[in-house]
Design a protein around this ligand. Structure first.
Ligand SMILES: CC(C)(COP(=O)(O)OP(=O)(O)OC[C@H]1O[C@@H](n2cnc3c(N)ncnc32)[C@H](O)[C@@H]1OP(=O)(O)O)[C@@H](O)C(=O)NCCC(=O)NCCS
Length: 142
């Protein structure tokens, strides 16, 4: 971390309004009804202690969701406020999540990145994440 004023804490529903405001409209972040207060509360309850926020002087400047299905880990909605980027906040949020996953015996983590998200792809590839050219995501709505 380059900026020692940043405080990282496990995300709780007390953070929800600020976290949602950070995500809302940010390029690279896609929001849906899976990000409603009830849905996020359920997610955090299902994956306790794994999602993180970053604050600078009390102001929320970063957030990430993290969870696992007992087999693989997943990071979603990693976001850092534009004026707080390139200070190592994104990397620290990810490291905390990966440590939490590893502590639960999870050995691989996946992310979903929009194919046109050059910022996100640059970040992940710099951090050593690799593309899965032989896989694509398919989805089904219930
Ligand atoms: C991706 C994002 C979270 C990175 O946050 P950040 O706090 O700026 O990242 P860090 O400062 O920890 O970056 C660590 C390293 O990643 C690399 N990196 C960061 N942003 C990068 C970019 N846009 N392009 C290429 N490499 C990048 C750099 O090597 C950087 O180290 P350096 O600053 O010493 O060069 C932030 O740009 C963001 O919120 N983007 C919009 C939302 C988004 O796309 N999220 C990802 C969804 S999959």
């Amino acid at each position: 971390m380059k900026d020692q004023e940043i405080v990282f804490t496990v995300m709780s529903m007390a953070d929800y309004t600020e976290v949602y405001a950070l995500w809302d409209g940010m390029p690279g972040i896609g929001l849906s009804n899976a990000d409603s207060p009830d849905a996020i509360a359920r997610y955090l309850e299902h994956n306790p202690g794994m999602s993180y926020t970053a604050r600078k002087s009390g102001r929320l400047v970063g957030a990430v969701l993290c969870g696992h299905d007992g087999r693989r880990g997943y990071l979603q909605h990693l976001a850092v406020a534009p004026d707080a980027r390139h200070k190592g906040i994104g990397r620290e949020l990810v490291d905390r999540c990966l440590n939490a996953l590893a502590a639960e015996g999870i050995t691989r983590c996946h992310i979903f990145v929009y194919t046109d998200n050059e910022t996100g792809l640059g970040f992940w590839e710099t951090a050593g994440w690799f593309r899965r050219g032989n896989l694509m995501i398919m989805s089904h709505d219930m």
